[in-house]
Design a protein around this ligand. Structure first.
Ligand code: FES
Length: 105
């Protein structure tokens, strides 16, 4: 599989079904930027800014959070138990059907 479907709910509640390539090492943050969704990605994916903060809505099992991700979320706003950093989620075949919501800024 070279493309999966990822649904992003934007901050107005609108759903965007995106075609996501799994063979480019791309992250959710980069995917959102490619589709011009309002994700800043200020730190370039270093888990240092939380501008890519998303909530996991589907029941996919994501890779464990790194210490850097946990530390960043610790100091971010609007954090929930299903919070993740989009830049730390790499697109993979097993994430087909993934659904995420953009956190408020
Ligand atoms: Fe900065 Fe994800 S882009 S933490």
């Amino acid at each position: 599989m070279d493309n999966i479907k990822v649904t992003i709910v934007d901050r107005e509640g609108k759903e965007h079904e995106l075609d996501a390539p799994t063979d480019m090492g791309m992250s959710i943050m980069e995917l959102c930027k490619a589709y011009e969704l309002p994700v800043e990605g200020t730190c370039g994916g270093m888990a240092l800014c939380a501008s890519c903060h998303v909530y996991l809505l589907s029941d996919h099992i994501l890779p464990e959070q790194s210490d850097d991700e946990l530390a960043m979320l610790d100091s971010a706003f609007f954090v929930k138990p299903n919070s993740r950093l989009g830049c730390q989620i790499k697109l993979k075949d097993e994430l087909d059907g993934l659904k995420l919501e953009l956190a408020p800024v």
